[in-house]
Design a protein around this ligand. Structure first.
Ligand code: PSV
Ligand code: MN
Length: 390
């Protein structure tokens, strides 16, 4: 048997790739200046799930949808889980929300008042109860906590209270569940943020235990940050729990992953593969955390998962043997050339054929546009209140 080369050699490794979709990507979103409504936007959690399932039907890449509590609050989570199953998807990560309540103006898990801290902890307990009903593995925590002015807050006291609050939440999660702590270097607080960087998240989750890990949101770094280095380090330390993929030009833009800087996405995925974070033996969750402010939401999500798949194929194509040889012999330009060869390889034709072999449309964007689903939801979803960030 001759050994395969090129795309044929990596095709099997694309099998089973899964990218979790955020329910909020299907609702209306915008900036602090304006949120535009758009025809066909879901008015219920079920309609969001139906749209997420549509992305999965056209791509085979998105078998789970993440929920945000309370945005996706329903009376019966077991029924919601069953509904998702009927649509062909599962419910995934549960995202907590401690950033839209007046009590949290000066913090939630870090607040100086124990009553406010307990309220925020109780919210996470409620999220854990929901996870038991939805079958979710991950509780993802992103905190909007920090201060705006030097001297406003006791940085050390807040960090200590955060550790205590997280520990109470961690003690409540089930054996099969994980606490995933996301970091973000600024916004909505501007002087200091309580979990600004991977190091702080790592320090906090390491103190909790094995089932506490870090979420890396690609949009949450200062310009010029070498994100793939952080990916490497967290994988090396066994603490990379999940990705929130998106792209940014300036700040936390939440644009389509791979749109602003495809080469960065390639470099990130390369390090994921290099560090054992990709494939059936890895626990790293690939998620999107995006908003579609001016483009249609469903094709926006389809484009996003296809971008991740495409960069995964290219990163898998890196000739590791040639790269290792060039690296260990000090062949700087040779090593760089091996890396760039894979990045510049156009895999779109091979991927289209690969999809067709699996009964999927070769061009999911075109297939969706021709499917009539968009016209159907625009005609059907009239009246009611379109869902948004609240
Ligand atoms: C805010 O920056 C944010 O986008 C975080 O990245 C969370 O993951 C997301 O909102 C949902 O809470
Ligand atoms: Mn995020």
């Amino acid at each position: 048997m001759t050994s395969q080369t090129g795309f044929a050699a990596i095709a099997a490794r694309l099998e089973g790739q899964a990218i979790e979709l955020p329910s909020w990507a299907f609702g209306n979103s915008g900036t602090r200046f304006k949120v535009f409504g758009s025809a066909g936007t879901p008015r219920s959690v079920e309609e969001k799930i139906a749209d997420a399932a549509t992305v999965h039907r056209f791509t085979g890449l998105a078998p789970k949808v993440a929920l945000h509590i309370p945005w996706d609050e329903v009376d019966d989570y077991a029924a919601l889980r069953a509904y998702a199953g009927e649509q062909g998807v599962e419910l995934g990560t549960i995202n907590s929300n401690t950033f839209q309540d007046d009590d949290y103006k000066f913090g939630a898990l870090t607040h100086v008042d124990p009553k406010v801290r307990q309220k925020a902890i109780d919210h996470h307990f409620e999220c854990i109860d929901i996870m038991h009903a939805t079958g979710s593995r991950d509780l993802k925590i992103w905190l909007a906590e920090g201060s705006n002015y030097p001297g406003q807050a006791d940085l050390r006291g807040r960090q200590d209270r955060l550790a205590e609050s997280l520990s109470a939440i961690y003690d409540r999660i089930g054996e099969e569940q994980r606490l995933v702590l996301e970091y973000k270097f600024f916004e909505p607080a501007f002087y200091h943020t309580d979990v600004p960087d991977w190091g702080t998240s790592y320090a906090q989750v390491s103190a909790l235990g094995e089932r506490a890990v870090v979420c890396l949101d690609t949009g949450h770094h200062a310009p010029g940050t070498n994100i793939e280095f952080i990916v490497m380090q967290l994988l090396r330390l066994g603490k990379l729990g999940s990705f929130d993929f998106n792209s940014r030009f300036y700040a936390d833009d939440d644009l389509i992953v791979g749109a602003a800087d495809p080469f960065q996405l390639f470099r990130i995925v390369f390090e994921v593969i290099r560090g054992g974070g990709y494939g059936p033996d890895s626990d790293v969750a690939f998620m999107l955390d995006q908003c579609h402010n001016v483009e249609d939401k469903i094709p926006g999500q389809i484009r996003s998962v296809l971008n991740v798949q495409e960069m995964t194929a290219r990163a898998l194509l890196v000739d590791r043997e040639a790269l290792d040889a060039a690296q260990s012999s000090g062949d700087v330009l040779g090593a760089n050339a091996v890396f760039m060869d894979a990045f510049y390889t156009d895999v779109r034709g091979d991927l289209a054929a690969w999809r067709e072999e699996r009964g999927l449309p070769g061009d999911p964007m075109k297939a969706y546009a021709e499917s009539g689903y968009q016209a159907q939801i625009e005609a059907a979803r009239v009246g009611g209140t379109q869902l948004s960030w609240n």
